[in-house]
Ligand binder design. Structure first.
Ligand code: ATP
Ligand code: MG
Length: 181
């Protein structure tokens, strides 16, 4: 079955981290209760405070990205949270080494943790790219990840393999030990 390599880039990971609730409260059940309590109290006490609730729950989170692929019908075959070395980022984007933005692109990828994933399913490479949206966020259709959550080409949230062949290469690079069966 076809597989693709998807990486949530550092800005995509950090977007979720700026939501104050996960930072204040690490325990997931308490966090869900806190979100609900804020929503309930906002509506009860002062309807205009509902914006606080919307703000804290509407920021892009890693889970939102995973959900888009799961809801489409794809299977998560591997996932890890990691910091990448400069040489590793250069290897991943080796095809773009002649581009003037290459150094900036590499610095961006190593600027914080990324989430590396392998997704599997029918036509997942092409469909994954359509879920992600166009490279330049201003050309990415609303409803796509980049269309909904990015404005700059140099901080466009997420990477997806652009061909089945490159998907195989990227999976071998990022998951050298293979995937759990
Ligand atoms: P990705 O490989 O990250 O999924 P992509 O396949 O849509 O993106 P590529 O042409 O492979 O696009 O470019 C890789 C990345 O390089 C882009 O996602 C973007 O972050 C960055 N990039 C591309 N063009 C530019 C540019 N003109 N200026 C700055 N950064 C750019
Ligand atoms: Mg690419």
């Amino acid at each position: 079955m076809e597989q693709t390599f998807i990486m949530i880039k550092p800005d995509g990971v950090q977007r979720g981290l700026v939501n104050p609730i996960p930072r204040l409260c690490k325990e997931p059940h308490l966090r869900a209760c806190l979100n609900l309590a804020i929503g309930f109290c906002s509506a009860l006490l002062e309807p205009s405070l509902i914006i606080v609730f919307v703000f804290t729950t509407s920021l892009l989170q890693i889970g939102d990205i995973i959900s888009r692929f799961e809801k489409k019908g794809y299977y998560l075959k591997g996932m890890k949270f990691m910091n990448v070395e400069k040489s590793f980022a250069q290897q991943h984007y080796a095809d773009l080494s002649a581009q003037p933005f290459f150094a900036k692109l590499v610095d961006y990828i190593i600027s914080g943790p990324v989430v590396a994933m392998v997704w599997e399913g029918k036509d997942v490479v092409l469909t994954g790219r359509r879920i992600i949206g166009a490279t330049r966020p201003w050309e990415a259709a609303p409803g796509t990840i980049r269309g909904d959550h990015a404005v700059e080409v140099s901080r466009n949230v997420i990477h997806g393999s652009d061909s089945v062949e490159n998907g195989k290469k990227e999976i071998a690079l990022w998951f050298p030990g293979g995937l759990a069966e």
